[in-house]
Design a protein around this ligand. Structure first.
Ligand SMILES: Cc1cc2nc3c(=O)[nH]c(=O)nc-3n(C[C@H](O)[C@H](O)[C@H](O)COP(=O)(O)OP(=O)(O)OC[C@H]3O[C@@H](n4cnc5c(N)ncnc54)[C@H](O)[C@@H]3O)c2cc1C
Ligand code: FES
Length: 274
């Protein structure tokens, strides 16, 4: 299959997540689709352009649908927001390596999300919930700007009820009149509440770079090693298949070698996250 030619998919339904994020459930018009948690697709809007978007649903549902949780920031995402159920979009991919699914089996997992990054972590959370016996203790730490900016609120009870695990939520601030009974502060302020020890554990992080920067610093000071910390990186993408160089971090192509990297693999690259 030519990796530059988008496949047609139909928007089945659209959910509001936050004031500027919607989840689009789409179904392919032609053959089956499969992917790994943490992979992304290039969503194309005819005459406007393409955007890299992580798949936020679980691979086991891919024969029925995939979900894409999208923040409206500019031209492409703005035009995606105008779509209605029944609209057709183009999708290339899946691309990238995804989360290290072979390495996480049997480990305690600290899943750390910030803002829109939670979309890339959601397939991993589904995986752990559906195959609970394959993993050790699982803690989900999730932060957003305000309570209204938290995605997937309708699933938080399910995440919080994970056996031998927990969901810890935090927001940067609470607007007047909004009820909030959880933590206030950046996501790293939750690190003091985790029961997960560095031994036999892995950390999986997706969020704004500034958040990942401070998360890595905090985790290293807690005793986690650089090869226990996995980060999903965002770069502007064009081809998605390692040809154009748009997404490079030093010697690495985020689209092909990533978007998920062990921190130990990024340490020697010239990037501001370090
Ligand atoms: C691997 C990967 C996975 C992603 N997953 C998601 C996802 O699940 N949901 C989602 O909403 N977005 C995701 N993004 C970001 C998304 O690709 C961009 O927000 C989108 O392409 C912006 O396109 P636009 O035409 O709407 O905005 P533009 O008009 O191109 O840009 C609007 C603003 O956003 C900034 N911007 C654009 N692209 C990026 C980027 N890649 N990184 C940082 N800033 C950017 C621009 O500098 C500008 O300030 C992902 C990006 C990557 C690389
Ligand atoms: S997007 Fe073209 S090389 Fe990565």
């Amino acid at each position: 299959m030519n990796p530059y030619i988008p496949r047609k998919a139909v928007v089945e339904s659209i959910r509001d997540e936050t004031p500027d994020i919607k989840t689009f459930r789409v179904k392919f018009k032609d053959s089956a689709f499969s992917f790994r948690p943490g992979q992304f697709v290039m969503v194309s809007m005819l005459g406007i352009g393409e955007s890299a978007i992580s798949i936020s649903s679980h691979p086991e549902d891919a024969d029925k649908f995939i979900e894409l949780s999208i923040r409206r920031v500019g031209n492409v995402t703005g035009s995606i927001f105008k779509l209605k159920p029944g609209s057709t979009i183009g999708i290339r991919g899946p691309f990238g390596n995804g989360w290290p699914m072979d390495k996480i089996v049997g480990k305690d997992l600290l899943i750390v999300g910030g803002g829109c990054g939670q979309g890339a972590l959601r397939p991993l959370i589904f995986e752990v919930l559906r195959h609970r016996d394959r993993y050790g203790r699982v803690e989900i730490l999730y932060g957003a700007r305000t309570p209204q900016d938290l995605m997937f609120k309708y699933e938080h009870d399910m995440w919080a009820g994970i056996p031998d695990g927990c969901l810890l939520l935090t927001v940067d601030s609470i607007p007047p009149g909004v009820e909030w009974k959880y933590n206030v502060g950046v996501v790293t302020t939750l690190f003091g509440k985790t029961l997960i020890e560095p031994e036999n554990s892995l950390v999986l992080i997706c969020g704004p770079e500034i958040m990942m920067h401070f998360a890595v610093r905090g985790l290293l000071s807690m005793g986690f090693k650089s090869d226990q910390i996995y980060l999903s990186m965002e770069r502007r993408m064009k081809c998605g298949i390692g040809k154009c160089g748009h997404c490079q971090i030093g010697s690495k192509y985020v689209c092909k070698d990533g978007p998920v990297f062990a921190y130990s693999d990024l340490i020697h690259e010239p990037d501001k996250i370090l």
